[in-house]
Each structure stands twice: as structure tokens, then as C-alpha cells.
Design a protein around this ligand. Structure first.
Ligand code: PLP
Length: 475
């Protein structure tokens, strides 16, 4: 593609993107598709000869777009949001245009120094301890794996890095049953083994019970195991439950455990002084993860990972082959030593644009508004005769179920709510997801896209009630 043609299409795409921003509500939130519907429209073999770009763009619009779930649709309330905002998209465009590989300072000094500065900004915006150091990881899953590897190496004095698990005691990791599945995956990858995740029961608010954490650590010590790490959920995926950070931190300190805090979604709320109660005791943590790509209006992927001891992080991951040596290695941050991957995208650019375009106060306003909408929905559902809220709503995720007076059996209620979710999601008009809380099937509604307004949530809530009340109550 020559440059004039590129210029033409870049303008066309910019127009298409701006139209899409305006018109996303016209699409079904989730396409009505069967597996294979898209693939069968794609040729089995790649083109031998060049194809016109106009045809490629047509195929995007006619084949790909109808097969997309529209995460920025005003009636998308599922999972946790995938952020998108105009400044972030513009940042992604420049990142792609630069085409830089930002693995070390030498390969892109500005990428390294902007990331460094943006992580300082973010640390201060969220009122994290001022001696923490941050870097961008691709996902919270990767960041939690990095934390588990740091914990392993701290406990074994880099013995596992050197010799594997040979002659190591059995290492144990502790978390509540509400911890994100990425931690379980991390345990498998890091070699602890899933059996060495000790699940600590939660209380009625789905938060970890610290006295039971301490009891579990003591029992493991009695059995000759090595307690290595505890993971707190600061905003669990199911219900944004907040584990007691201070109590867990004090126990970790007492028994010498590494303490990782997963605030992938809820961490953004720390931008609000009134929400910092959630992080009371955070100074005890060894590492902390928050995803600007979930709730800080920055496109996927952008995960901020903060550590207390950056030399532990670097010693866990650093490897220096001849071909990566540079004359300035002692003076700069080489982020290839701060995680798993060598190659790195320039991800700080979009975050920089987001923070500067909204301003910290603009971000605060949006987050505060989302929380207000969440509280409004929680209160509205609590006033309803035939719906109930199933977990505390500290932020903007509400977990609830339909509970008509005629149905009291728990299994029947679970089946009814499963049917309700299917009916809603199959309509193409709205998208929610589900969880189980204390064995109860719950619908989750998250109000956290950059543009989410109360009227969108009110409209969704009307639709949920209408659909529920039209369902037959017998199986
Ligand atoms: N931690 C929590 C609490 C989450 O809710 C999620 C995803 O929703 C993750 C971790 C994993 O996030 P990522 O997709 O960035 O790996």
C-alpha cells in the first residue's frame, strides 16, 4: 500500500470510527450467531494475489462487524467493561503507526520514560504508597503470575529459578474462594500446583475471613509446609467483594508471606478519596494490580502493576544475553526484566492521552457517577417486590435475582434466573453475565463504561423486569 492510499484509508477509517462511536446503539449488543457462521464466510486459503483494500473494508463491514459483540453498546452490562475512549483510540493509532518494539530503554527511550512517568502519576492518583514502583503488564492475569513468581523466588531465595523445585518444601498460597481464576492459573504455571492453593472461607459479604487465614497458615506450618503468599481481592469478580487488606497484611507480615492485592477492576475507584477505605492497610502489600483497561477508559491492554521491592522483581526475571546488552543498562529501566515477555508494545501513550484528556478530576467525576448509578440501581432493586440483591454493592456492580412470591425453592429459583439471563441475552437488546453467590444464581450488572448514563441502566432495569415477569414460572 503506497502512502497516498494509506492516507485515503486512514481518513476513511477515522470517519467510520467516529460514526461507529455515534451509532453503536443501533447494533444488537450480541450477535445472534451459531459457531462457524463467520468462518464459513472466510475463504479456506489466503489470497495468492493482492486484493483491493476497498473489498477488504467491505468484508469487515459485511462479515466481521455482524459477528461482533458490541462492548461499547449502552446496554452492555456484562463481565467487567473493556474500556474505550476517543483519546485512547488515538493513542493506539499512534502506537501502531510508530511500530516500535519497546523492550528496553535503548529500543525506545520515550516509551520507557513515559511509562515510568505515567506509573508515577497513577500511583499518586490512586494514593498508593509513594515508595512503590510500577510498570505496565499486558493483563492482570500476567501481573498476578509475576507476583506469584516473585513470591516463589523470595521464599526460595531464587532457588527455584536456579534449580527448580528440587529439595524445596511444599509451598502454599492462600486466598478466598472469590479470588479470580487467573490466580489459580498462575499457581499452575508457576509450579506451585493447584492443590497448594488454600481456600479461606469468606464471610456473608464474600470477603476473606482473616482469622481463618491465620489458622490455615498455622496448620500448614504444623504440617511442615511453607506458607509463601496470600492474595487479596480488592473487588472480586463475582461481586466486587473487598477482602480485609489491613488484617491480611498484618498476618502476612507476622508469618513472612508475600502479599499480593488484585484490584484489577475496583482499584480505579481509589482515585476517589471517599473510596480509599477499601485499601486501608495497603502499605503491607508487596504487589498490587489495577487495570486501566477495565475502568480507566484506556483500551485493552493496559495493566498497571506496582511492587514494593523492585529489585526482587528484576532479580526474578532478569536475564542478559549478549545481544541485548547496551552501554546504558545500569542507568535505565529495561522493562524486559520486569515481567514475562521480552517484546513490549508502547502502551503508556494511550494512558497518557487518557489522563491528560480527562484530567484527574474528569476521571474522578466519571467514576463517582458510575458508583452513584450502581448505588441507585441497588436501592431500586431493594425496593422491588419480586427481585432481591444478593451481595453488598460497594461500587457499580449489582448482583441480584428474580424472586417472585410463587417460587421459593432454591433450585427452581436458580433455573428461573438462568432462563431469565438467556432470554435477556438472546434478545440482542442487552447483555449481562451471571455468577453464583452462596449457591444462588445471580445476575451481574456493571455500570462502568466511559459513557454509561443512568438512563441506560434504567432502561436495562425496565427490560429485565419486563422479561422476568413474562417468563412462565413452571419449568
Ligand atoms: N482479577 C480480577 C479481579 C478480574 O476481575 C479479572 C478479570 O475480570 C482479572 C483479574 C483478569 O484480568 P485480565 O483480563 O486483565 O487478565
Amino acid at each position: 500500500m503506497d502512502n497516498p492510499t494509506f492516507r485515503h484509508w486512514a481518513h476513511e477509517f477515522a470517519d467510520w470510527m467516529a460514526d461507529y462511536f455515534e451509532q453503536v446503539a443501533q447494533y444488537p449488543v450480541k450477535p445472534r450467531m451459531q459457531p462457524g457462521d463467520i468462518k464459513k464466510q472466510l475463504p479456506a486459503a489466503p489470497p495468492e494475489l493482492p486484493e483491493a483494500f476497498v473489498q477488504q473494508f467491505e468484508d469487515f463491514k459485511n462479515i466481521i462487524l455482524p459477528g461482533m459483540t458490541h462492548w461499547q453498546h449502552p446496554q452492555f452490562f456484562a463481565y467487567f467493561p473493556a474500556s474505550r475512549s476517543a483519546p485512547s483510540v488515538l493513542g493506539e493509532m499512534l502506537t501502531a503507526a510508530l511500530g516500535a518494539q519497546c523492550m528496553i530503554w535503548y529500543t525506545s527511550p520515550a516509551a520507557e520514560e513515559l511509562e515510568d512517568r505515567c506509573m508515577e502519576w497513577l500511583r499518586d492518583m490512586l494514593a498508593l504508597p509513594s515508595d512503590w514502583t510500577g510498570c505496565i503488564q499486558e493483563t492482570a492475569s500476567a501481573a498476578s503470575l509475576v507476583a506469584l513468581l516473585m513470591a516463589r523466588e523470595r521464599a526460595s531465595r531464587y532457588g527455584v529459578n536456579q534449580s527448580g523445585f528440587y529439595q524445596q518444601p511444599r509451598m502454599r498460597v492462600y486466598a478466598s474462594g472469590q479470588v479470580h481464576s487467573s490466580v489459580v492459573k498462575g499457581l499452575k504455571i508457576a509450579g506451585y500446583g493447584e492443590d497448594n492453593l488454600v481456600t479461606i472461607p469468606s464471610d456473608e459479604a464474600f470477603a476473606l475471613q482473616p482469622d481463618l487465614l491465620e489458622a490455615a497458615i498455622r496448620e500448614d506450618l504444623r504440617q511442615g509446609y511453607l506458607p509463601v503468599c496470600a492474595v487479596a481481592a480488592l473487588g472480586s469478580t463475582s461481586s466486587t467483594a473487598i477482602d480485609p487488606i489491613r488484617a491480611m497484611g498484618e498476618i502476612c507480615k507476622k508469618y513472612g508471606l508475600f502479599f499480593h492485592v488484585d484490584a484489577a477492576y475496583a482499584g480505579t475507584a481509589l482515585v476517589l478519596p471517599e473510596m480509599r477505605w477499601m485499601a486501608d492497610g495497603l502499605e503491607y502489600a508487596d504487589s498490587f494490580v489495577v487495570n486501566p483497561h477495565k475502568w480507566m477508559f484506556t483500551n485493552f491492554d493496559c495493566t498497571a502493576f506496582f511492587v514494593r521491592d523492585v529489585s526482587l522483581l528484576k532479580n526474578t526475571f532478569s536475564i542478559l544475553p549478549e545481544y541485548l546488552k547496551t552501554p546504558l543498562d545500569q542507568q535505565v529501566n529495561n522493562y524486559r526484566d520486569w515481567g514475562i515477555q521480552l517484546g513490549r508494545r508502547f502502551r503508556a501513550l494511550k494512558l497518557w492521552f487518557v489522563i491528560r484528556t480527562y484530567g484527574v478530576e474528569g476521571i474522578r467525576e466519571r467514576i463517582r457517577e458510575h458508583i452513584r448509578i450502581g448505588q441507585w440501581l441497588d436501592a431500586t432493586i431493594r425496593q422491588s417486590d419480586d427481585f432481591e440483591v444478593l451481595a453488598p454493592t460497594p461500587l457499580n456492580l449489582v448482583c441480584f435475582r428474580y424472586r417472585p412470591a410463587e417460587v421459593r425453592d432454591e433450585a427452581a429459583l436458580n433455573a428461573l434466573n438462568e432462563k431469565l439471563l438467556l432470554a435477556l441475552n438472546d434478545s440482542g437488546e442487552i447483555l449481562l453475565t451471571q455468577t453464583k453467590l452462596g449457591g444462588k444464581y445471580a445476575l451481574r450488572l456493571v455500570a462502568g463504561r466511559a459513557e454509561t448514563r443512568q438512563e441506560d441502566v434504567a432502561q436495562g432495569w425496565e427490560r429485565i423486569q419486563d422479561t422476568a415477569r413474562s417468563l412462565p414460572l413452571t419449568p
